[in-house]
Design a protein around this ligand. Structure first.
Ligand code: NAD
Length: 479
């Protein structure tokens, strides 16, 4: 399989372009070859997108945009298994989780289809101001133009759709720049939209290395908004280069989960095994830090180790596999070095910590100090630190002691304490009696501090992908 960028519906596979080989992270088999775009291809895609926005997309009625999104959802539902298998092949995600990702992607499309018809206006009470009598004021939400959607490898369908679907619902055109590791599902998704009736000019796919096409895409004058999901260093660079463009940044975190002394340990442990180890911890809201009240600490740890031991590690294409490879050997080696560094500083590996190729076994660490990378930075690997605490004040301070603030989980039966703690946590989102790793596609989602800027969740992304225009009328007969 050899694929390339798709510009105005045409696949670009010309000469003199770098060809990237996509490997299955589990067995290193070749999944596809991808012809990467050069900057001239990117410029052509942006110019075409800009033209198409003004000539067509801006004028497309809401019912039509809604219809296209619904048809894309229907097609994706029909081909659920093919898409899930491709995510497993190119990202190494266990098949059952890839299927879950496709299910969520269908929901994102359906939410966007519904919301396309709900983008509404406001009437401003102009007579609230002295002298404002006989005036009418209304707001309108207008599409922005060309939206650059830059996406990561870990949820190649769902996170791409959190940008593309709201952009279409709002009436924008899109330049879609997927991660180098997962270009095939991006290619299939782009073709799916076109098949569902989206005019090809509304969605251009540009395959390319971030360091080659990233800057020119972010800096281009004809791009009106950059929406990015990925790592902090790249997010920071985009912010610096985007100038006056609107920017949404969905970045990393080291999500905390707080377990107070009034909970039943067992079912929370089951959720936290999944929360820390689903897709080998390569999830932005993975449970990286688990704070457990001292009175529960020993029983929690014992049960956590026991349930982690029971995970089925192996080929992600197998139905029964719970836990597979990381995205690359370099990433697994990097994570292993972080474990070694923590152990050198006094941490204890309770289970896991063994690395071979792309597999790093599910790792639980204790005796962790704040200067260790495994807790201070985003670990983005199957490593979870378990720390004891005594008081509410202490655990809130520990949870907030981070440059990140994306999502947290708080477990307690005491409703007053739950809300008090939720109020004090410096996070974009707090779940009560649910793990930090849980996300639905219709709630506002996005971080504070260095976890990002702006919110996704279809309705909220649409808001960020439109501009509010005010139109006022003087109703006095003056002309
Ligand atoms: P990454 O930052 O390496 O790459 C993300 C995308 O940015 C890729 O498409 C890449 O090609 C592109 N890119 C690289 N350099 C660029 C540049 N100079 N300009 C523009 N684009 C450039 O991230 P990754 O390894 O694919 O994904 C993992 C990261 O994503 C983790 O940090 C994770 O926390 C984060 N993430 C965040 C969320 C969220 O919603 N907050 C969700 C998933 C993943």
């Amino acid at each position: 399989m050899r694929i390339g960028s798709i510009i105005n519906g045409e696949e670009v596979k010309g000469e003199n372009r770098e060809v990237l080989t996509v490997l299955n992270p589990y067995n290193q088999e070749v999944v596809a070859e991808v012809v990467l775009a050069v900057v001239e291809d990117l410029d052509k895609a942006i110019e075409q997108s800009f033209e198409f926005f003004h000539q067509t997309m801006k004028k497309m009625p809401a019912y039509q945009r809604s219809d296209i999104l619904r048809k894309t959802a229907d097609l994706l539902a029909e081909r659920k298994e093919t898409f899930a298998e491709m995510v497993t092949k190119e990202a190494g995600k266990p098949l059952k989780y890839s299927r879950g990702e496709v299910e969520r992607s269908i929901q994102v499309l359906r939410f966007a289809s519904e919301h396309a018809k709900q983008i509404s206006s406001e009437v401003i009470p102009m007579d609230a101001a002295i002298g404002g009598e006989n005036r009418l004021g209304i707001t309108k939400r207008e599409p922005l133009g060309v939206v650059a959607a830059i996406t990561p490898f870990n949820f190649p369908l769902n996170l791409s759709l959190h940008k593309i679907a709201p952009a279409i619902a709002a009436g924008n055109t899109i330049i879609f720049k997927p991660a180098e590791k997962t270009p095939v599902s991006a290619y299939m998704l782009t073709r799916l939209f076109h098949e569902a009736g989206l005019p090809p000019g509304a969605l251009n796919l540009v395959m390319g290395r971030g360091e080659v096409v990233g800057d020119p895409l972010v800096e281009h004058d004809m791009v009106h908004k950059v929406t990015f999901t990925g790592s902090l260093p790249v997010g920071r660079r985009i912010r610096e280069r985007a100038g006056f463009k609107k920017v949404t940044l969905e970045l990393g975190s080291n999500s905390p989960n707080l377990l107070f002394d009034d909970i039943e340990v067992e079912h929370v442990v089951t959720d936290l095994v999944k929360g820390a180890f689903v897709f080998s911890g390569q999830v932005c809201i993975s449970a990286q830090r688990v704070y457990v009240h001292k009175s529960l600490y020993d029983s929690f740890l014992e049960e956590y180790i026991k349930q982690t031991k029971a995970l089925n590690i192996g080929d992600p294409m197998e139905e029964a596999t719970d836990f597979g490879p990381m995205i690359s050997e370099e990433e697994a080696e990097r994570a292993k070095l972080w474990i070694d560094d923590a152990v050198d500083k006094g941490a204890k590996v309770e289970i896991g910590g063994e690395q071979k190729g792309t597999i790093l076994t599910p790792t639980i660490i204790t005796n962790v100090k704040n200067d260790m990378k495994i807790i201070a930075e985003e670990v983005f690997a199957p490593i979870v630190s378990v720390l004891p605490f005594e008081t509410e004040e202490e655990v809130v301070r520990m949870a907030n002691d981070s440059i990140y603030g994306l999502q947290a989980g708080v477990f307690t039966k005491d409703i007053s304490r739950a809300f008090r703690v939720a109020d004090q946590l410096e996070m974009g989102g707090v779940w009560i009696n649910e793990i930090s790793t849980y996300r639905q596609d219709n709630h506002p989602y996005g971080g504070v501090k260095q976890s990002g800027i702006g919110k996704e969740g279809v309705k909220y992304a649409v808001e960020d992908m439109t501009e509010m225009k005010f139109i006022g009328v003087n109703l006095k007969d003056r002309l």
